[in-house]
Design a protein around this ligand. Structure first.
Ligand code: ADP
Ligand code: ASP
Ligand code: MG
Length: 413
């Protein structure tokens, strides 16, 4: 008898009919002779709606209360799904994250899981229950709810799979798996049969929403193989696993595996700062102190002992970054601070880059051919990212997808 963790995202449980459908799917899997632990997200756009509602009440709500609020979304799903399973004649019990034994550090809204004590889940499974666990939430050492960052139900599913030593970790959503790019943006995107942890990590980290980046990190650490697949289809999805396991199973060797994009970007430029030691340390030290996550950084060559520094952050951090930089500009005698939120990040990801020169040149050439200006560039071993004007984003994604031979109708590179 195998133990299967099945995670269903918000779009899979957005109304009563979908809840009933998911209940049927879970029961069918149990009837195949498996023990089932299900993880669910809040229905549909509930988390976004709760965030919006809180924004109308307070611009700076206490983080503890924010987590109390956000944790309610997943509790709607677990109770309704357990009712749906019971109504179809099977035994199911719902558990909050804390009831499931999931504990976290003391951070709110982006807590890290510290430990999982699966005793209660195991004893419920032993009594033939389907166990339904709320994703995205945990209990911290103060006895309060914490949440695990957006998309955090994926992390709950992977972490539970590791703690329970599950045989399968299936993450169900509204797409058939991991595609070469977002199938909603590029119509001829192709589903990948396999993708390595490292590539998936870079894709998720640069905007591919299909899996939360931290869940992939934990999957890699504990060797949890993920099957990303569609709730509304029985087709095989994408297996996310180690490069060694994929080995010769890839039908074709692609230079890059995917193209991603991220509109949640803001570019700041500090103009004419004195060119002397310690300036960058001061700016980024101060931003780190107020919890701003900085992504790409560029420093221009000095002219007349002055230079410009540009960097990107997320739209959530825009306001506090602006306030801090305005203070810093006065302290450092910089000329001015420019903020541009009409930018997007476009990235290509693939382990094929390691052994092939010229991938970056090819990317820049493809963008140039379409008249797209590159504002910033950053690279890692298996990823190249460019900041472009938000107006050019879709054109850039389509061009790179086609130009690197990822479309169904392939263009040779
Ligand atoms: P869930 O609600 O099930 O957690 P998400 O909305 O978080 O689902 O993730 C699924 C969405 O991710 C898809 O609807 C798709 O538009 C988007 N997506 C972005 N990039 C990719 C990609 N490379 N492959 C598949 N889906 C992607
Ligand atoms: N409901 C949470 C969110 O929208 C967690 C999740 O869906 O995974 O981010
Ligand atoms: Mg998700």
């Amino acid at each position: 008898m195998a133990l299967v963790v099945m995670k269903f995202g918000g779009s899979s449980v957005s109304d009563a009919d979908k809840m009933k459908f998911v209940a049927g799917k879970i029961i069918a899997k149990k009837n195949d002779g498996n023990k089932i632990v299900t993880v669910v997200s809040a229905p549909g756009d509930t988390t976004d709606d709760l965030l919006e509602m809180s924004g109308k009440i307070s611009l700076d709500p206490p983080e503890r209360e924010m987590d109390m609020l956000l944790a309610t979304g997943e509790m709607v799903s677990i109770s309704l799904l357990a009712m749906a399973v019971n109504a179809q004649g099977e035994k199911a019990i719902s558990l909050t994250g804390p009831q499931a034994g999931i504990t976290s550090d003391l951070y709110h809204t982006k807590a890290k899981i510290k430990n999982i004590n699966p005793k209660k889940i195991k004893s419920l499974l032993a009594k033939n229950n389907i166990v339904i666990v709320a994703g995205f939430q945990a209990l911290n050492a103060k006895g309060d709810f914490s949440t695990l960052g957006r998309g955090g139900s994926d992390l709950t599913a992977v972490a539970l799979s590791a703690a329970l030593n599950a045989d399968l970790c299936e993450i169900y959503s509204d797409v058939e798996g991991v595609f070469t790019t977002d199938p909603r943006v590029v119509k001829d995107a192709r589903k990948l049969d396999f993708i390595s942890y490292d590539e998936m990590l870079e894709m998720a980290g640069s905007g591919a929403q299909v899996l939360q980046a931290r869940s992939v990190e934990v999957a890699k650490k504990f060797g949890v193989e993920i099957h990303s697949r569609c709730t509304f289809s029985d087709k095989d999805g994408t297996i996310i696993t180690s490069e060694e396991k994929i080995g010769g199973k890839k039908v074709e060797e692609l230079l890059i595996s995917g193209v991603t994009f991220d509109k949640n970007q803001v570019k700041f430029t500090i103009i004419d700062i004195p060119d002397m030691p310690g300036i960058a340390a001061k700016i980024f030290g101060r931003l780190a102190k107020i919890g701003v996550n900085v992504d790409m950084i560029i420093q221009s060559a000095a002219v007349n002992k002055k230079n410009d520094i540009s960097f990107t952050t997320t739209k959530q951090d825009m306001k506090k970054t602006q306030i801090e930089l305005d203070k810093l500009a006065i302290e450092l005698k910089a000329e001015s601070v420019i903020c541009d939120d009409q930018v997007a990040k476009v990235s290509i990801v693939g382990i094929g880059m390691r052994s092939n020169a010229g991938v970056a040149g090819r990317m820049f050439e493809l963008l140039h051919k379409k008249g797209i200006n590159i504002e910033m560039i950053s690279t890692s071993e298996i990823k190249i990212s460019c900041i472009v004007d938000i107006i050019d984003m879709e054109k850039a994604v389509n061009e790179l997808h086609k130009g690197f031979g990822l479309s169904k109708q392939k263009e040779q590179i």
